[in-house]
Design a protein around this ligand. Structure first.
Ligand code: FNR
Length: 184
């Protein structure tokens, strides 16, 4: 049977490096793993008044997370934290109280930025939130990626210089998901 990974990208930008990273990482995944992009750009701004009557886009997001075996967060860093659009999506799917769909889903955190610290602080902020949501999150290896001309190859895959490192990262995340799927 196939494993499904919900891939949540923290950038809505058309030519987002993180969207490209999501596609390139999917190419490194084994056949038994389906990396499925999750739309977050159509979500309204979170408002607790709407908890009992969640918008269709929120219900769709929640069902996509619910059916996934794991969640992979691929995010830029905005002002040393995660973009608001990503936090907005996380908050939506954590509510109403007691009906979060995140709990127990094995998570991976990765990202690329133009800055030298390669989303390290955004990832650290995100890890705090994922701990609160009771998501078992892969600790090692960590991957902090700075954008460069060579990051992607001509086919949109990971370029040669980073391929071995990121293949190992994907393998470790895949093993993490399977380990948690076996337990539940
Ligand atoms: C940034 N950028 C950025 N980069 C970084 O390394 N650390 C940071 O704190 C920030 N802060 C930040 C704030 C805002 C509002 C923007 C728009 C950008 C730059 C960021 O790395 C760059 O725009 C990336 O291209 C964003 O990722 P995507 O959209 O290409 O996936």
């Amino acid at each position: 049977s196939k494993f499904e990974i919900a891939v949540v990208v923290g950038s809505l930008r058309r030519d987002s490096f993180n969207k490209k990273l999501a596609k390139a990482l999917a190419m490194l995944a084994p056949d038994e793993m389906e990396f499925r992009p999750v739309e977050i750009g159509d979500l309204p701004l979170y408002n607790q008044d709407d908890d009992e009557d969640q918008a269709p886009a929120v219900k769709r997001l929640k069902s996509e997370i619910e059916t996934a075996h794991g969640v992979l967060f691929i995010t830029p860093e905005y002002n040393r934290s995660v973009p608001g659009v990503l936090k907005n999506a996380i908050d939506h799917a954590s509510r109403p109280y007691g009906q979060s769909v995140w709990a127990g889903k094995p998570a991976g955190v990765i990202g690329v930025s133009v800055g030298a610290i390669g989303t390290a602080l955004a990832q650290q902020h995100l890890r705090n939130t994922l701990a609160c949501l009771d998501m078992p999150t892969l600790g090692q290896p960590e991957a902090f990626i700075q954008i460069s001309e060579e990051l992607f190859d001509a086919d949109g895959g990971i370029g040669e210089g980073s391929r071995e490192f990121l293949q190992d990262w994907v393998d470790r995340y895949v093993a993490w998901v399977k380990q948690h799927a076996a337990q539940s």
